[in-house]
Design a protein around this ligand. Structure first.
Ligand SMILES: [Zn+2]
Length: 436
């Protein structure tokens, strides 16, 4: 056993330490914690979606041979994925749908590309807000889906959400209020090349959700050497002030919350759990999950992920992010998409609204940058950390309570403001303190 593992380690030694090149996508049937630990520690493969039934393992050529030698029962996921592909729209058809939604309601929809994938496909983002062409003092929310190309459900659901918002703005009060008070950014497909090939990785063979800066290196938040799709998302993130977001996956049904990469608890652990439960409760299958109590899980408690988007955005930015797994089948029958939309639609709207549970400030001057240290003073005293801001505007999603914000502009004396968060006062839009 040891010998075969060593041979395997030698065989894949060409793969870089930072990222595993994915050439085989396998599903191991049955769960054995020792085997999982063993494989994970080899550093040469990625483990994902561990359940009582089995787990996924991704790695270089030679992986299936290795599993066979170890007598582990498995099947090739690529062969399964490819069987039920019919009917799904192509990237060009998704582009058309997004352009149609924008054309239907250009006052609230603005479609733009944040860059191109490895093979040159546009990475589309829809901005949805009233006065969509103006930068307003409103909290910024984001959804990103399908960075794993074969996890397609979220791409379809986010496009449907965009279409519904374009359609019912002005007639549906909840959507209208949300759009009027929020800057929403939705990216249905972060990995269009992967989706076209029905594979997890991008066109270069890399898992984009292991390719973000890991939070263990505080100084490592740079785009150098990362996949082009990650670079575009990183630059996009740095150009905005997102304060709440989610990314969509498939393979099981659960809301996964930070951290993924460490067993430490997030400073807002109870609050993130509350938001996650809020999403899960509105989804019947998630709520009644037998695999995950209440339909939610702490990331690392489930399985450790390094270099994922969720931890990166939550750690390096003031952008609390959860990971939502939407469907057991990564690539369900296309006919089933409407029912997945039905079971997630209220959750998706609920989660966007939660961004209004927070407070912030806005400078009367343009292009102010600095940092803000946040301390909760009631009902508990707690340090929430220090966050950078760069667009004269800052907003943080936080639990109910009183806070002091210690704001420091570059080369200036700091200013302290008091703010309070009351979850019954969302949409009041009075939760920005204006600073001269
Ligand atoms: Zn995924």
């Amino acid at each position: 056993m040891l010998k075969s593992l060593l041979l395997f380690a030698l065989f894949i030694s060409f793969s870089s330490m930072a990222s595993v090149k994915i050439e085989e996508e396998l599903y191991v049937i049955g769960q054995n914690p020792e085997v999982i630990k063993d494989l994970a520690q080899s550093g040469s493969v990625e483990i994902d979606h561990v359940t009582s039934e089995g787990f996924e393992v991704y790695g270089p050529r030679g992986l299936s041979e290795h599993l066979t030698k170890r007598s582990l029962p498995f099947f090739d996921m690529k062969s399964v994925n490819k069987s039920a592909l019919a009917d799904y729209p192509s990237h060009a058809e998704i582009t058309k749908k997004l352009k149609a939604a924008e054309a239907k309601n250009p006052k609230i929809m603005k479609l733009f590309s944040i860059g191109k994938s490895v093979t040159g496909k546009d990475l589309w983002v829809m901005k949805i807000s009233d006065n969509v062409n103006t930068e307003e003092v409103e909290p910024e929310f984001k959804y990103i889906s399908s960075m794993h190309g074969d996890e397609i459900t979220g791409r379809e659901l986010t496009v449907k959400l965009i279409e519904e918002m374009a359609q019912s703005y002005g007639s549906n009060q909840e959507i209208t209020e949300l759009v009027d008070n929020t800057e929403i950014y939705i990216m249905p497909s972060m990995n269009p090349d992967g989706s076209e090939r029905k594979q997890r990785a991008n066109a270069n063979g890399y898992d984009l959700n292991r390719n973000f800066p890991d939070i263990s290196n505080r100084n490592g938040n740079t785009v150098d050497g990362r996949q082009i799709e990650n670079q575009h998302v990183m630059k996009f993130q740095a150009s905005r002030q997102f304060s709440l977001s989610a990314n969509f996956h498939g393979g099981t049904i659960v809301v996964n919350y930070p951290w993924d990469s460490t067993y430490d608890r997030h400073p807002l652990d109870a609050f993130i759990k509350e938001l996650s439960i809020g999403y899960a409760e509105l989804n019947p299958e998630m709520r009644s999950s037998r695999e995950f109590a209440g339909g939610i899980t702490n990331g690392a408690d489930w399985y450790v992920v390094k270099g994922g988007m969720q931890d990166w955005s939550s750690f390096f930015y003031n952008d609390l992010q959860v990971t939502v797994e939407l469907s057991h089948a990564k690539w369900p029958r296309y006919d089933d998409i409407p029912s997945f939309y039905q079971s997630n639609r209220d959750s998706m709207i609920y989660f966007m609204k939660q961004i209004h549970r927070g407070a912030g400030f806005k400078f009367n001057r343009a292009d102010v940058a600095g940092t803000v240290a946040i301390k909760q003073t009631s009902p508990v005293i707690k340090d929430l950390g220090s966050f950078a801001f760069n667009t004269s505007e800052f907003f943080k999603v936080m639990p109910e309570g009183e806070y002091t914000l210690n704001i420091t502009e570059k080369n200036k004396a700091s200013k302290v403001i008091q703010v309070s968060v009351d979850k019954d006062k969302i949409f009041s839009n009075g939760n920005y303190t204006i600073i001269d």
